[in-house]
Each structure stands twice: as C-alpha cells, then as structure tokens.
Design a protein around this ligand. Sequence first.
Ligand SMILES: Cc1cc2nc3c(=O)[nH]c(=O)nc-3n(C[C@H](O)[C@H](O)[C@H](O)COP(=O)(O)OP(=O)(O)OC[C@H]3O[C@@H](n4cnc5c(N)ncnc54)[C@H](O)[C@@H]3O)c2cc1C
Length: 499
Amino acid sequence: MDGKTPVAIVGAGPCGLALACGLWRRGIRVRVLDAAPEPGTGSRAILLWPPVLDVLDELGVLREAERHGYRPRALNYHTSRRRTVRLPLDPANGPLVLQQDRTSRLLEAALADLGGKVERPVRVTQIARAARSVLVKATGPDGAALSVEADWLVGADGAHSTVRKQLGIEFPGTDFSRSFLLAEGRLEGAFDREDAHYHVTPAGVLVLIALPGGEVRISGALADGEAVDIETVQRMLDRRGPGGLRVLELSLLTTFTAPHRIAASMRVGRCFLVGDAAHVHSPAGGQGLSLGMQDVRNLGWKLAGVINGRLAPSILDSYEPERRAAADQVVAAIQRMTRQTLFSPMALRVRNALLHLLHKAGVLQRTLLPSLAGRRVRYPDVLFGETPPGRRRPGRRKPGRRAGSLPPPGARAPAWVLAGDGKPFDGFRLITAGPEAGELARHARTLADRAPSLVELRHVVDGPGGFLLLRPDGYVAASGNTAAELGDAWQRLGACLSA
Ligand SMILES: Cc1cc2nc3c(=O)[nH]c(=O)nc-3n(C[C@H](O)[C@H](O)[C@H](O)COP(=O)(O)OP(=O)(O)OC[C@H]3O[C@@H](n4cnc5c(N)ncnc54)[C@H](O)[C@@H]3O)c2cc1C
C-alpha cells in the first residue's frame, strides 16, 4: 500500500483533471489514476459553454484555451435554404470552440504546474469502503497490483464508470434507437465558418461547426442500415446542408449513440461521482462537459472546505440533491432536443414554424441561449440542511409579497453582483445592495468582521435593497431584505462552518 491520500480521483478526463487542479490549488495533494497509457485523444466536447469556461478561468487556463480556440458569432438554425433563425452570441452566453483533447492537455499542464500528476496506466478494478476511508485496488503499469487508501474517493471515470459499478449504483435511463454519424475533416465550398450551423430539414438534421485548425465537424442522425463512409457524409451535406460543399478528406469518421442516464446516487458515504460517471446524454447542444464541470465546481469548494477543516462535513450532504436537480433539468431538456432531430417531415415543419415565431418574439434569446449557457440551472434550497419547522427560510418570500429582484437561495448570482468582481476569494461573499448602505450594511459589517477569512463583505450600489450571501461557486446561499433575515442566514451559515 502506497500511504494514505486525502482524495483519490479515478479518471483523468477533463472533469477529473479540473477537480484535481481545484483541490491542489487549495493545498490538497490528491492522487489521480487513469487507465489509459496516454492523455486522452479525440475532439468529443468542442463547444465549451460558460460553466466550463468559468472553471478554466478559476484554474488560470482560460486565456490559453482562448488562444487555441475561437468564439462563434452566432448559432444558426436553418429551417430551409432560405430561412434561418440566427441567435447572436457574446462571451457571456456563448461557447468557445476547442477540441476536448486540447482542453485536457491544458488542464493536465495546469495540474503539473501545481505539483500534481496523473498516474497512468492505472486501471481501478475494486473499491472497498470502510468507516473512515476508501480502499482502491488497481492494476498498475506492467500489470502490477496497486492499492491506494484515501479519505475520500471521486469517480470521474466516464460513462462506463468502474467506480459507479463497484459502489453498486444503478444507472437508469433510456437509449435512443438511432445512431448518429460524427465526422471531421476538410471541406471545399463556402459556408460561414464563424458561426455554428444546425440545418433542420425534412431530410434530417445536420450539424456543421468549423474547428480550430481548419477542419469542420459534421454530424447528423443516420438512417437504419446506412453505411458509415465518406459517401454518406457527402450525401448528408448535399441533402441537408447549405449546398455546394464537398468533402476533401476526413480525419475522423465514427458513430455515437444517445443514451440518457443519471446515476441513482451521486454519493455513497465517502465516495462521489462527477461528470459522465454520474450522467450521460446525447451530445445535442454540447452540454455533457458543461454539466460535468458544474459537478466539479459544486464539489470542489465543499470537499476542500471539509478537508481543510473550515467547513462541517454536513455541507457535503448538499452535493447529491443539488447536482441531481441540475442533471434532471439538463438531461430532460436534451432528451426533448434530441427527439426533435428525429421528427417526421410534417412534425418538423410545425416545429420550424414555431421556432420562427419564438424567435420573432425574442423568446429564444431569453430562454434557449441561457439554457445552453448553463445559466438557468436552479438548485433546491438545501445547502444549510432542512429548515426547522415553523421557521421561514431567509430569502424565501411569502406568497403575495413583492419579491423585488433579489434571487432566492439556489439561484445563480445575478450579473449585477458578479460584474467587475474579478478578485478570487474561496469563501462566502456577503453582498449588501441598494443605493444606501444603511442599517443592513452596518449589521453585515459587524457579522463579517467576526469571520474575515471565511466571509468577504461587499456593497453594491446598483441592486435592489437587501443582502445576498453567495457561495464560493457563485450560487445564492441566502437572500433577504431585513436585518432579522440576515441574522437568520448568518446563524444557519454558522452551523455549516467547522466548530
Ligand atoms: C460525439 C460527442 C460530442 C460531444 N460534444 C460535446 C460538446 O460539444 N460539449 C460538451 O460539453 N460535451 C460534449 N460531449 C460530452 C463530453 O465529451 C463528456 O461529457 C466529457 O468527456 C465527460 O468528461 P469526464 O471527465 O466525465 O469523462 P471522460 O472524458 O470520459 O474521462 C474518463 C476518464 O476515466 C478513465 N477511466 C475509465 N475507466 C477507468 C478505470 N477503471 N480506472 C482508471 N481510469 C479509468 C478514462 O481513461 C478517461 O481518461 C460530447 C460527447 C460526444 C461523445
């Protein structure tokens, strides 16, 4: 046995690597084990939506990612060769296009800079749980048996997760009957390479996205029995695409299926699941890594806080309900989106007409883009545990009372709070808002002064009057308008801090 480690992470895909970097950055020397002899290859996740970019930014690799990738100017839904719904993108709601192997390489380099490394090839085969630790058995280089004892274990080992199976966690869900083609290569002919394109035609859907470096990703549902060859790619382009495009050569030609599954549990005792080990869904909309990175962001500060003795272990109880709610919301939305790619021509015409109507009314900008950008995920109000009977939760308003625009617990912090707040701080933030600092701000100052290393205080003049208690991951822990509500939130926060 190789000594005890505070955290063992199984899997060095982007989620395992990002979690490892986040923990090392907080001074926790984790071990990362991966079965593959080499870092991951292949482009899988090319659309990196804001939740992924938030994590890359926190880890200091966003600039480098932006140097290698590009930001598409718009999402285009072509419902015929003449009609297009064009949704302009900006850095706040749009993705960066970068191949997954490059993202992984950046994260692995960041891990090395922090002092960590990936141990490979190390294939985990068995997990044994004890009261205060977890024993991981693996096959190391040259087939040698290896075991690692850890205080905490994180399974980031992808869709076929050994950790999940070893923990006896079911992976219920559904599988789509159809296969999808995925090709990448060089194309001849004109199309706007600065936008992402979804051709939604009676002949089927075609996704066309230019990749950094000059190749193009081409994807669409295959008909039953259709061959997976260059002729099929060309046929898809001709029948579903803008016309005039010719395949010159392909560097990748494969298929993927679209299972929609969520692990029955994302935590068992000292073991957690993140990323594809916890949930899988069709790549439509490019949401897989986005969901996984939000698992990482949610778990990172809680686990580090507990290991470093700043937070009580009960904070970890919120991981499962919060991330399950997020996975339920995203997987259901993607399932609906994927079903639409298989609509009959008639249903598709109706759907396309509706798309244009919603676009004209501005609904797509207001709802679809924030959903794709991961900005509509809402957590249940569980961070501080169950509310004692007879006590109203801070920020939960009585029906009929004007809520103002202070977001409730579990919502993401609004842009007016996050704007201009570039300072890294790994604790809670107490924000008082409104044109006047007043009594509430003075009360907040007295409270925050009691725990300066855990709670940072800030006053924002712009917002509606009141307070927001923000978690390190940018979600709202509590909000309210009165000093009594602030006192209540403070008391409940105190119960989460380590004694
Ligand atoms: C065609 C396609 C396109 C996609 N496009 C997008 C997109 O545009 N945007 C997006 O956000 N998402 C996209 N996704 C989803 C995205 O690729 C996944 O969500 C992401 O790879 C999940 O990362 P992960 O770290 O959880 O797992 P993985 O990337 O699968 O990594 C798992 C790691 O665990 C290791 N491992 C496995 N078993 C063991 C074991 N027993 N012991 C030790 N190590 C082990 C593996 O070697 C691997 O390195 C796409 C997926 C596909 C298939």
